[in-house]
Design a protein around this ligand. Structure first.
Ligand code: PMP
Length: 441
């Protein structure tokens, strides 16, 4: 079977020399926070299978919701039709979100949720007469997906931002500092001054570009694929104020941070900031099926009405938009938030993560250990020099392989090692994971 895989399948992120000797690992099952490998081994899913899995694999409530809905109505096109799972999902989710977000638009994954938000923002600006707003603002070094629009507002070279530059949206970048208060051993010398000057830079950015921007997009509090960079909530508040002051829509991409990952249901709650457009995916179905939502304000929705000939409608919608089975699973996942202490478990996981990264931070190969909610991260350095490894990716990849042999799935991003396990992971498993990593570093 592996020979067949090698001959015919095209996996993401694998056409690289360092992966040459590594065939993909066959997985035959998922059970709670573990993946079951074909060779009989059990592996802790330390990164929630690309940050999707919330309640553990194969949660019986999600599985039975999937089976029941697929048997009743698997799917129906969403233009001109509606169904109970979509209505229930939106009704369940809305009270958990900022009150200004009243309109829910379905799509398929994180990238398309971002794509929808970018298009809505641009078109809404046009339809309110703002014709010169032909670009976006975004944080430096971000990632918002790999469709062309999303790549355009991202800035990760390994997602080919450079290669595709001629095809991408115009985007102005703003750099924000990491927040030392998240670190296990913070050095806060000069921090109030650094924060004040970062705030000033946000203002200067909007003074320079504010009247050309349709929207500013950011992941709140943490740039995940950007290397788990945790940034200050005060700057998100400043972004909100500047967007308001300059007529720019604020898009928050909570594709990775939503659904309790950072300790609160949304990360942006911690800054008390409500966006104009909100992107949700990954944890939306608890990690079982692909689905995403872009939430918009009534103000934005209001710009899309008109006579058919006016061309004011939002002409966007995919074949699987609002898939009934995925919506039913998402309802079951959200019901768990209401019926089980999911956020209390996330708080316990946060404590476990603090302890694990405190232990890791004592290792000479570890720098800048930090935690936000259930996400723990650190930099890996060469212990003899204290500097980055000569080849970060290679070091991270070797660590990934060795950890897998020891029953732990981690997948560093460059020199950033992180854990982002299902919210249902027992704290003792995080202790074990830290011990495994300490042995391997
Ligand atoms: N936005 C963020 C913040 C993400 O982390 C990701 C995926 N890592 C995406 C968008 C894209 O989501 P998807 O891979 O589901 O298209």
């Amino acid at each position: 079977r592996l020979a067949f895989d090698r001959a015919h399948l095209w996996h993401p992120f694998t056409q690289m020399k360092i992966h040459e000797a590594d065939p993909p690992v066959p997985v035959v099952g998922g059970e709670g926070c573990d993946l079951l490998l074909a060779n009989g081994e059990r592996v802790l899913d330390g990164i929630s299978s690309w940050w999707t899995c919330l309640h553990g694999h194969g949660h019986p409530r999600l599985v039975s919701a999937l089976e029941r809905q697929a048997a009743r109505l698997d799917h129906v096109m969403f233009a001109g039709f509606t169904h109970e799972p979509a209505l229930e999902l939106v009704a369940r989710l809305r009270p958990k979100l900022p009150a200004n977000l009243t309109r829910a638009f379905f799509s398929d994954d994180g990238s398309t949720a971002v794509e929808v938000a970018l298009k809505m923002a641009f078109q809404a600006q046009l339809q309110r007469g703002q014709r010169g707003r032909d670009r976006f603002g975004a944080l430096r070094g971000g990632y918002h997906g790999d469709t062309l629009g999303a790549v355009g507002v991202g800035e990760l070279e390994n997602f080919m931002t450079g290669l595709f530059r001629p095809l991408l949206l115009a985007c102005e970048r703003l750099e924000v500092p990491e927040d030392p208060r998240r670190e296990i051993q913070p050095d806060l010398t000069g921090w109030p001054e650094r924060l004040a000057s970062a705030r000033q830079e946000v203002r200067a950015f909007f003074a320079a570009h504010g009247d050309r921007l349709a929207a500013f997009i950011a992941e709140p509090l943490i740039q995940c694929a950007g290397g788990m960079r945790m940034w200050p909530p005060e700057l998100l508040q400043e972004l909100r104020a500047q967007c308001d002051g300059h007529g720019v829509y604020l898009i928050l991409d909570e594709v990775a941070t939503g659904f309790g990952r950072t300790g609160t249901f949304l990360a942006s709650e911690q800054a008390g900031v409500a966006p104009d457009l909100l992107c949700l995916s990954k944890g939306l179905t608890g990690g079982t099926l692909p689905l995403s939502l872009t939430w918009a304000t009534e103000e934005i929705y209001g710009h899309f009405w008109g006579e058919p000939a006016s061309g004011r409608a939002f002409l966007h919608g995919h074949s699987y938009t609002g898939n009934a089975t995925a919506c039913a699973v998402a309802c079951a996942s959200l019901a768990l938030f209401d019926e089980e202490p999911v956020l209390a478990r996330a708080a316990a996981l946060h404590e476990a993560m603090q302890a694990a990264f405190t232990d890791l931070s004592a290792h000479p190969a570890v720098r800048q250990a930090r935690v936000l909610g259930t996400i723990g991260a650190c930099r890996l350095v060469d212990p003899t020099t204290g500097e980055a490894h000569a080849s970060d990716d290679r070091f991270g990849w070797h660590l990934h392989r060795r950890a897998l042999d020891h029953g732990l799935l981690v997948r560093p991003i460059g020199d950033c090692l992180y854990l982002l396990p299902p919210l249902s992971t027992p704290p003792a498993r995080i202790r074990d994971a830290a011990e495994t990593l300490l042995d391997l570093l």
